[in-house]
Design a protein around this ligand. Structure first.
Ligand code: TXE
Length: 481
């Protein structure tokens, strides 16, 4: 099976005619072939988007909204098929794809389809002498580039607000997990999205992805992925004064104070450490525990971790599926070796798992817990992006904050305490974009989403995304006395 590029409403081969294999990580077998696209494919997609732009931009918001709502409903109708493809492409448990990934992709479209029906533009009153009003217009052709960990979820998180606000899009899903984006392109035609409004080019990042960033006609780039890639994109975009929204890596602290509801903190920490095989930028990969409850936490946390069922992602009782690819599995294993060489003690997991039968070639890893490392070692400073967490103890609030803030990243943090003053004080002093208090990954799509420091630039979600994908223009009216 081959997937195709989606340009001007049609399914087309890459111009160079080349494809590469896409592997099912649960078996290690070839699943699909992916177009190996280059700048000439991107140029075709940009041309189609540019031609479609005037009409789409002038389509009334209510009509754009209706088309995107139809797309959202089609995702719901095809939920099982999309979830199975997502699970096979990414290795994530089918249950997770069915209950989280695909419903969220559906909601991304309905959220932004309805958001554009309720916007207001600013007016700045100057009293007797006049007033200003602000118009917001779509930018034109924009680029959306997404990663492999939450494929359709993050792909739609970008293209939904871009399309809703009247832009035409050239998008590239990760080359590692392109299948649901391809299936989405079929649904776009069924929903009546006009040709050229959304174009999807498949291929590698340094070729197809970079061509989207470099093309002079893409006016903005919305990107989620690794920090190193974000740096390359920011550098290219800056030369052309292109708007960028960069959602990059994380090394998030999960801070457990002695006055918390420990049972709840432990239960949620299992999820925040290992959900999606730990491959979520928001996972709490460093668990910081007050010294008074450290032993208690470890004694209760470790058995739950050891009980997690790692297995065939399509089996209904699987909690941890396969890592996304062999190179990624090798990268995560190399970090476990590094942790050992840095003096860390692996107290759960640490090994690759070889399953039987069709899954024998899959990329499975035991959920891994490591203690005894300093905060400054590489294991605690670099994003591992796998089912690996470290445990550290702290003595007081100041030390907890210093440890939490002591990495180059600033995406999110979780705080567990029943003390309201402490919760507010710690939250205000964490140098991150998102703080969860006594919960994790509770999402309201209206809130600003993104990070500080090496975790990126700009915010997605709600009005932040609508503003990113539009250009404000102030019009000043002088009143004569
Ligand atoms: O990300 P990349 P990868 C982190 C995580 C992971 C690492 C690498 O640590 O191990 O990043 O993952 C496209 N110009 N995160 O390799 O390479 C690429 O094709 C334009 C964090 O997947 O950044 C893909 O579509 N585009 C994260 C997308 O960028 C380029 C989620 C992401 O790929 C490009 C995933 C280029 N030069 C990984 N190079 C999070 N924070 O959610 C690559 N791409």
């Amino acid at each position: 099976m081959r997937i195709k590029n989606f340009i001007n409403g049609e399914f087309v081969e890459p111009i160079g005619g080349k494809y590469f294999d896409n592997i099912d990580p649960s078996t290690g077998q070839v699943f699909y072939q992916v177009p190996d696209s280059y700048s000439e494919d991107v140029a075709k997609a940009v041309e189609a988007a540019k031609n479609a732009f005037p009409q789409w931009a002038s389509t009334p918001a209510a009509k754009r909204s209706a088309i995107l709502m139809k797309l959202s409903n089609l995702i719901e109708k095809n939920l099982d098929r999309l979830a199975l493809s997502e699970s096979k492409d990414n290795g994530k448990p089918l249950k997770l794809a069915t209950t989280v990934d695909i419903p969220r992709a559906r909601d991304n479209f309905s959220f932004f389809a309805t958001a554009i029906l309720h916007t207001e533009n600013a007016m700045h009153d100057m009293g007797q002498s006049g007033f200003n009003y602000t118009l917001r217009s779509p930018l034109g052709v924009v680029g959306c580039i997404s990663p492999w960990n939450l494929p359709l979820y993050l792909f739609s998180w970008k293209i939904a607000p871009a399309l809703a606000t009247g832009n035409c899009v050239v998008a590239k899903p990760s080359e590692v997990t392109p299948v649901t984006a391809f299936l989405l392109s079929e649904l776009c035609n069924e929903a009546g999205l006009p040709p050229g409004v959304l174009n999807i080019v498949h291929g590698y990042g340094h070729t197809a992805g970079q061509a989207i960033v470099e093309h002079p006609e893409t006016k903005a780039i919305s990107f989620t992925g690794g920090t190193a890639t974000g740096k390359i994109i920011a550098g290219i975009a800056a030369q052309q004064f292109k708007k960028t929204s960069l959602e990059l890596g994380g090394k998030n602290a999960n801070i457990i104070f002695a006055d918390c509801d420990l049972e709840e903190a432990i239960k949620t920490s299992v999820k925040s450490s290992f959900a999606n095989q730990g491959q979520i930028c928001l996972c709490g990969s460093r668990i910081l525990i007050h010294e008074d409850i450290y032993q208690d936490f470890v004694e209760k946390f470790i058995p739950l971790v050891k009980n997690l069922r790692v297995g065939n992602p399509q089996a209904p009782d699987t909690q941890i599926g396969a890592l996304v690819s062999k190179p990624h599995l090798e990268k995560v294993l190399s970090y476990i070796d590094l942790a050992r060489s840095e003096g860390g003690k692996v107290i759960a997991g640490g090994n690759r798992i070889k399953l039987e039968g069709p899954q024998a070639g899959g990329f499975y890893l035991e959920p891994t817990v490591i203690e005894g490392l300093s905060n400054t070692c590489r294991t605690n400073q670099e994003e591992i992006f796998g089912p690996v967490v470290t445990l550290q103890s702290f003595r007081n609030d100041e030390e907890a904050l210093a440890l939490a803030n002591g990495t180059p990243y600033g995406l999110s943090a979780t705080v567990w305490t029943k003390n309201l003053d402490r919760a507010h004080r710690i939250a205000a002093n964490l140098d991150v974009g998102i703080v969860w208090v006594n919960c994790w990954l509770v999402r309201d799509l209206r809130t600003p989403f993104g990070g500080s420091k090496a975790s990126g630039m700009g915010r997605e979600g709600g009005i932040y995304a609508l503003n990113f994908f539009t250009e404000p223009k102030n019009i000043c009216i002088k009143l004569n006395p």
